[in-house]
Design a protein around this ligand. Structure first.
Ligand code: G3I
Length: 733
């Protein structure tokens, strides 16, 4: 039975996978199609590999599933493959080529001419004396022809020249003691010997050797304003001179803060003017503020990565791939520079890739893969209004008629601001800072209707949004936002009807050794003397619904974000129910440690509820203190408590309700007479099939069971408001 209860609840909570992860159950983010399949209508997805990646079976499986393009990280570089004149080191180079040939994977050839890891012997003669450029060109030509002819059968694009342009940040340089405008070119041995002619030569030699291959000029920091223009100018000059440059390779050694979308698009649009092929050749996102392909970089510390850093990385990957998809007309390939954090040239502590050091997929892989193409071009309607749950005078957060939410936070010195409300399994909505230090951002799409808890994470610190009131959830007072719902009238205040009230009851709990609190909804007219059946004036007594919250919440959750009192007032005013009392107590849920769900018994709450709270309620209020006038229902973990307690103590409650809190099975109850009514509900983004089957099985076994599947909602309060609204109409009938 315990196992089934646990499974039922887990199924109910499937919509909150992150919580699943919290519950210690690892989530396989690589489950589903490979990246190459998800992007088959956009561009090829590649990876740079080393010898380990093509020899370890598990790593080979990842490569074959995820990628349809491979680059040799180092093995094909001149210094590695042609270390001396007449000496060729084809070992690993061939292995990688053969691996791709055997697995039908095409390659990017990296690289034929570069200032680093180059065959420096080409610059000197046997005596070490510098050679003339003509000699250099002969040697370069022979090198390029040898490599290209050896591999062009498996290669679709070549990084012919790599990183020949100067980096930003050095506008002037000293030449012969005079300060002169810095050369746009990297002052490499190639350039010093040949000027920029070596670039043209390299491309001509490559075209000679491979008449059809795509010939690429590859560089890093292409989004830097200066470098973008230097690359643009050089490639345009070369192409205008007939040099066969087919495309530009933007390496993409970025970080979680950089670049901003506008900057990246500016570079792509600029290069689009001169080439119709752009490859993102060496993508990785380090978790600090550094970027570029330079070898001088921080390797980071061996410490667990803060969760918000993961969210920033996921968000940055999502934003970059959205732009790559937008420009699929020119972007023909996106290659990750290394297979996993373990292989990364940046070192494992920079955590730069979608596979971690154990080759386990991170959530960023799922976020890159499971994109919503429709959302790519979605623009929110600009009819945003302040969120109804804002503090007085606070404009933000705002919501629009479609359900988009927009946030604004002033934090001039912060490096990152994340709103914990995100879409697509994303860890949150990452805001962007403007020049005045104001962070703004809009959810990527419409949120589910109804109430949502959230908080801000600013550079790793958790804060509430100063714009909203606070609501107790996730074991703390969180911010809250209300997204318009098509049926929101059933939980809206109505000025034209009588209203009940909610009283706070404090009572000593011997079992927990401390004072406990419950909020009690009393319908309008409670306590008034009315003429009874016997004609005498008497106070009406009422059935009682004990209504429980979920994990991380407390006795304020149903009255406030659940709007339980308003829902009851509206139901009574519309004559849909006879008035009854609703008791909303703290369910002892928040000391629960994730990962120990299997051991959860709810025995502590059973004792508090039945032996301590119910006597107080029956003593202090006009209740009908018997089983057939008493109901127990709960949401999420409160539902689990309800199921465990009602099955252990069927003599106490006559009406049972599970709201996203699992299901009952007939053979768990064994006797339809012990319960008058069973309600089970969840959101259609949770486990609707489980609910529908359970209700059908219960009905078939003779139970008075009713189910509700809340449209367009998940494990959230609008699901439970709708469940309360529906369930209440069948209680105490
Ligand atoms: O092959 C030698 C090996 O014999 C020796 O035992 C070992 C000891 O240090 O070094 C090995 O050489 C290393 C080589 O990678 C092969 O593993 C070099 O030290 C190391 O510096 C070199 O690093 C490579 C780096 O380029 C060189 O600049 C990185 O792995 C590689 O990821 C990186 O890739 C470049 C792209 O080609 C171009 N764009 C920037 C990108 C990052 O710098």
């Amino acid at each position: 039975m315990k196992k089934r209860i646990f499974t039922g609840l887990v199924l109910a909570c499937m919509s909150i996978l992150p919580t699943m992860a919290q519950w210690g159950r690892p989530v396989d983010y690589s489950a589903g199609p490979g990246l190459k399949d998800a992007y088959k209508d956009y561009f090829t997805i590649g990876v740079a590999v080393n010898k380990h990646n093509i020899s370890d079976p598990a790593q080979i499986e990842i490569i074959k599933k995820q990628f349809n393009s491979v680059t040799a990280e180092n093995a094909w570089k001149p210094g590695e493959i042609h270390p001396k004149e007449g000496v060729w080191n084809f070992g690993l180079a061939d292995s990688i080529a053969n691996f791709c040939r055997e697995n039908g994977i095409k390659m990017r050839g990296h690289c034929l001419c570069w200032h680093s890891q180059f065959a420096d012997w080409m610059f000197t003669d046997k005596k070490g004396k510098p050679v003339k450029k003509e000699v250099f060109y002969e040697r370069l030509r022979e090198h390029i022809h040898t490599v290209v002819n050896r591999y062009k059968d498996v290669v679709y694009a070549w990084d012919v020249v790599n990183e020949a342009m100067a980096d930003d940040g050095r506008p002037f340089e000293f030449v012969d003691g005079k300060m002169v405008p810095a050369s746009p070119y990297r002052q490499s041995r190639h350039f010093k010997l040949c000027g920029d002619e070596f670039i043209a030569k390299a491309f001509e030699f490559a075209r000679e050797a491979d008449p059809t291959g795509v010939l690429i000029y590859n560089d890093y920091s292409c989004v830097d304003n200066g470098k973008r223009e230097r690359i643009y100018t050089m490639v345009k000059k070369m192409k205008d001179a007939g040099v066969p440059i087919d495309g530009i390779g933007m390496q993409g050694h970025y970080n979680i803060y950089f670049p901003e979308e506008e900057q990246l698009e500016k570079a792509i649009n600029r290069f689009k003017e001169i080439v119709n092929i752009i490859h993102i050749t060496e993508l990785d996102l380090r978790t600090n503020t550094e970027s570029g392909g330079q070898l001088m970089f921080s390797r980071g510390e061996a410490k667990p990565q803060a969760p918000y850093i993961g969210t920033l990385q996921e968000d940055q990957y999502a934003r970059l791939f959205k732009i790559f998809r937008k420009h699929k007309d020119v972007i023909k390939n996106v290659t990750f520079w290394n297979l996993s954090d373990k292989d990364s040239w940046l070192g494992v502590n920079n955590h730069p890739l979608p596979f971690d050091e154990n080759f386990k997929a991170k959530r960023s892989l799922q976020i890159i893969r499971d994109f919503d193409a429709a959302a790519d071009n979605r623009v929110p309607k600009e009819d945003f209004v302040p969120n109804p749950m804002n503090q007085p005078g606070q404009e933000y957060p705002m919501v629009n008629s479609e359900g988009f939410a927009r946030f604004r936070v002033v934090a001039p010195d912060a490096k990152s601001v994340i709103v914990s409300l995100g879409l697509g399994g994303r860890g949150g909505t990452v805001l962007r800072k403007d020049k005045d230090g104001v962070w703004t951002g809009t959810t990527e799409g419409p949120m589910d209707p109804g109430f949502h808890y959230y908080h801000l994470t600013i550079d790793g610190g958790v804060f509430n949004d100063p714009g909203t009131h606070n609501y107790f959830g996730s074991c703390r007072w969180e911010s809250g936002i209300e997204i318009p719902a098509p049926d929101q009238d059933f939980y809206a205040w109505r000025k034209d009807i009588p209203h009940g009230n909610i009283q706070q009851v404090n009572f000593w709990s011997e079992s927990t050794g401390k004072m406990q609190t419950a909020n009690v909804y009393l319908p309008d007219g409670y306590g008034k003397l009315v003429k009874g059946k016997n004609g005498k004036l008497e106070q009406t007594r009422y059935p009682v619904l004990y209504l429980q919250h979920g994990w991380g919440e407390n006795e304020t959750s149903w009255p406030v974000q659940g709007k339980a009192g308003i829902i009851m007032d509206n139901l009574i005013a519309d004559g849909k129910i006879k008035p009854f009392i609703v008791v909303m107590a703290y369910g002892l849920t928040n000391d629960f440690k994730f990962g120990t769900i299997g051991k959860f018994t709810a025995e502590e709450f059973e004792k508090l509820l039945i032996d301590e709270l119910m006597p107080v309620i029956d003593k202090q209020f006009l209740t009908k203190p018997d089983k057939w006038n008493r109901a127990l229902a709960g949401l999420s973990m409160g539902g689990m408590e309800t199921k465990l307690i009602t099955l252990r103590r069927p003599e106490v409650f006559g009406y049972w309700g599970l709201l996203s809190g699992g299901q009952y099975a007939p053979d768990e109850i064994k006797d339809p007479t012990v319960v008058k009514y069973i309600f089970e509900g969840c959101g259609d983004k949770e486990n609707p099939d489980g609910i529908n089957k359970s209700v059908a099985d219960l009905k078939a076994a003779g139970y008075n069971a009713e189910g509700l599947i809340s449209e367009g909602t998940a494990h959230e309060f609008l699901t439970w408001r709708r469940c309360l609204y529906q369930m209440a109409q069948s209680l105490f009938k």
